[in-house]
Write a protein that binds this ligand. Sequence first.
Ligand code: 5AD
Ligand code: FES
Length: 341
Amino acid sequence: MLIEKLCKEQNLTDDEFRTLLETDRYDDALREAADAVRREHYGTDVYLRGLIEFTNFCKNDCLYCGIRRSNKCASRYRLTEEDIMACCKEGYGLGYRTFVLQGGEDPYFTDERVCQIVREIRTRYPDCAITLSIGEKSRESYQAFFDAGANRYLLRHETADPTLYSRLHPAELSLENRIRCLYDLKDIGYQVGAGMMVGCPGQTTDHLIRDLRFLQELKPDMIGIGPFIPHKDTPFKDEQRGDLYLVLRLLGILRLMFPWVLLPATTALGTIHPQGRELGLKMGANVIMPNLSPVSVRKKYMLYDDKICTGEESAQCVDCLERRVTSVGYQIVSGRGDVKR
Ligand code: 5AD
Ligand code: FES
């Protein structure tokens, strides 16, 4: 009943969402329904996003994150513009048509430097989408990046509950500003990705329902969710990881709430279970974001412990992913993979 209603109305009451999130009774039905909806909108296509982690310097101090500024054990690096271009070149050859530039909030990368890099990629690869994931900036900065040729922006809201938000972040960060950023990005014309960390310390079902309500308002093009995973050099080192099945259930629910949305099977999901990403694909996910960063820096971009794919060459990941994706009945397609809404 609940699943049928969610399919038909793309919505449930808070109590119904709670029931769905808190039991495993509906998991099979949810998977079948989510898979049917993803096939209706995206067939069996899986889109790739080449992730270039270009700096792990960060001025922020989020309590969960391995590259927070207080982590003195992190060995810091920055890629040069040439390094970044080499990643794009390799990625383009491997079939990638979306490049995601992700980094900590690194003051070295001024607006001018970011714009310069974006312009360079835009000139060399006019057929590719450029995604930025570099945190909270002013509206003017976002506009400048957009004018330089960026098309998409990933900024997870992490949690839509202000109290929980303040428990996960240092005092200088606020949910209010995060939300301001997301609406500015949308308004400027970016395809926007938001999302939350599932199972972070202090999170309850009610917090997750609040996340779903927030996403209903924002209507982002992409929703990135993954389990919280503790990092050994952060204040949350002794906390529990997020639960695999809760993440999967949320993926299924999100697919049914937002039939057209781009939904990645995240690296964090692949980290907590050897077939985590495949299970995600079967629950409605349709995007994978393999790492294009140089192998020499991959182990330094450790947001959480035991992150997978940090020892592999990009080409090895492509082969591995090809096998994983076909093993569950889907296929990787080349192309920008824009949202179909
Ligand atoms: N566990 C899981 N995800 C994390 N992220 C950061 N730290 C962790 C962690 N310890 C996620 C955040 C961020 C994205 C880039 O990585 O949601 O937005
Ligand atoms: Fe990277 Fe499998 S996807 S090793």
